[in-house]
Write a protein that binds this ligand. Sequence first.
Ligand SMILES: Cc1cc2nc3c(=O)[nH]c(=O)nc-3n(C[C@H](O)[C@H](O)[C@H](O)COP(=O)(O)O)c2cc1C
Length: 200
Amino acid sequence: MLKHKDLIDFTQNPFELFNNWYDLACETEINDPNAMTLSTILNNRPSSRVVLLKSHDEEGFVFYTNSNSKKGKSISENNNIALNFHWKTQNRQIRIEGQAKIISSEVADSYFNSRPRGSQIGAWSSNQSSELIERSELIDNIKKFEKKYEDQDIPRPPHWNGYLVKSQLIEFWQEMPFRIHDRVVYTLVNNKWIIKKLYP
Ligand SMILES: Cc1cc2nc3c(=O)[nH]c(=O)nc-3n(C[C@H](O)[C@H](O)[C@H](O)COP(=O)(O)O)c2cc1C
């Protein structure tokens, strides 16, 4: 169903527009409005997977993951990444291109401490993206870390980090009648956002 009769109401600041669209998606998406496709490059080959946006402001977009995972290794080799949000309820897409870097341990600790205990144990127990021969290995790891941290606070694993994506390009796309969609792209040039419209 088409939602948009009006063209994108853009402002000079792309983060304002991101916030408007994101807030609306949070009201209307059935689940995970903060899910975004993260694309990275390893050995010159692109690879995509979904991660969750955990915070965002004009500094950038933050997600958390295991630095030993495929995506973690990719980013340490090449920190150029792309993010993509697609909100089906809004007929909208946002594409972001930029560089990812690991955030401070204080900020990551604080978010890790806010997570449910089961997720904290999971972060210690999963060698994310390594081969799992038997599911029982993972269950054994979970039991081992539950025992190790019994009756104690669970510290953040050193390999579990937050990543901040600083954007250089943010494109807003919305569906319009007869596939004559509307696209606005912001590109950061000398610290100023240059705004252009693109053919659909
Ligand atoms: C809705 C959704 C949210 C996810 N959120 C995260 C996340 O925030 N962090 C994460 O490491 N993996 C998350 N995953 C799992 C990843 O998509 C992926 O399977 C995993 O991180 C391993 O990716 P890699 O082998 O490319 O590193 C999520 C998957 C889905 C479908």
